[in-house]
Design a protein around this ligand. Structure first.
Ligand code: PPE
Length: 282
């Protein structure tokens, strides 16, 4: 999907023209993946545009920066206000929001500590992540031959740019194998998550999802779904899942800001079927 350009991008405290929001080719993060980012959605509601769990997303950005010892020169509050203002400036009713803090132009070499920290926030319209058809009727997924990053090599709790090379390998493998998405196992061999989504399994009316010990990013949509499911009276169990839990599931769905709640209708040729009642209700 080509990016749908809008008027302004917030860059280091200023609203700059979309085409002028550029960096140098020797930007540290471009070479070494030394950036942290977020993905957020704003939705049109009867009382105006509302950003979904904006505070939690900005807090997670700060947490990712903390893991990577990156001093962000703006407060959570300032980034929240900048986001809201940017949506107004760009006159967007609903949109995807991408804040990013990264080691900029200064020094080359692995030591990032002397490079400046640049911060940007961009907004654009982003439709369905895994296709309109996928959101409605479910997608086909394969279990990736690439394991999900391990907490002792790259902390999965950090949403860091460089870490996504792992997801990119799995995603390309899935696409070249004629699947829409990859499900990654953790280094122990238990189910972890999709390339950009958390995963849920429904079996006999109970909802199961891998815990934070399974190298997942602790998704904000995941948290919302757990809360909603409990409110609706479902039992939600966070536990280790194995391949056969996927093959024998009544329903499987993945959650994320971009993906929202996308059903999975097949895993490695095992048919799960059309989106089931729990997925649909959520
Ligand atoms: N796991 C991963 C690895 C991940 O990247 C995301 C978000 C999630 C789980 C779900 O987290 P949350 O959005 O808080 O519910 N992935 C973002 C980036 C997608 C992209 O392709 O870029 C997103 O959904 O915005």
């Amino acid at each position: 999907m080509p990016i749908e350009k809008v008027e302004k991008i917030w860059l280091n405290g200023e609203f700059v023209d979309w085409d002028k929001a550029q960096v140098h080719v020797l930007t540290h993060a471009l070479h070494y993946g030394s950036g942290v980012f977020e993905g957020i959605r704003a939705y049109e509601t009867p009382s105006g545009t509302a950003v979904f769990r904006l505070t939690e997303h900005m807090e997670r950005l700060m947490d990712s920066a903390r893991i990577y010892l990156m001093p962000v020169p703006y407060s959570t509050e300032e980034l929240i206000n900048a986001t809201k203002e940017l949506i107004r400036v760009n006159k967007l009713k609903s949109c995807y929001i991408r804040p990013i803090a990264f080691r900029g132009y200064g020094e080359m070499g692995l030591n990032p500590l002397n490079s400046p920290v640049d911060v940007a926030i961009a907004t654009w319209s982003w439709g369905t992540y895994l296709g309109d058809e996928g959101l409605k009727n479910g997608i086909r997924a394969m279990i990736s031959s690439f394991s999900r990053i391990d907490p002792n090599s790259l902390p999965p709790a950090a949403k860091a740019t460089g870490q996504y090379i792992n997801s990119i390998l799995a995603k390309m493998e899935a696409i070249y194998s004629n699947y829409e998405e990859a499900i990654m196992l953790d280094s122990r061999g238990f189910v972890s998550e999709g390339t950009g989504e958390n995963l849920f399994v429904v079996k006999n009316g109970v909802i199961h999802t891998p815990s934070t010990s399974a190298s997942i990013l602790e998704g904000i949509t995941r948290d919302t779904v757990i809360e909603l499911a409990k409110d609706m009276g479902y039992e939600v169990v966070e536990r280790d899942l194995v391949r056969s839990d996927l093959f024998l599931a009544d329903e499987i769905f993945v959650t994320g800001t971009a993906a929202e709640i996308t059903p999975i209708r097949e895993v490695d040729k095992r048919e799960i079927g059309k989106p089931g009642p729990v997925t649909t209700a959520l």
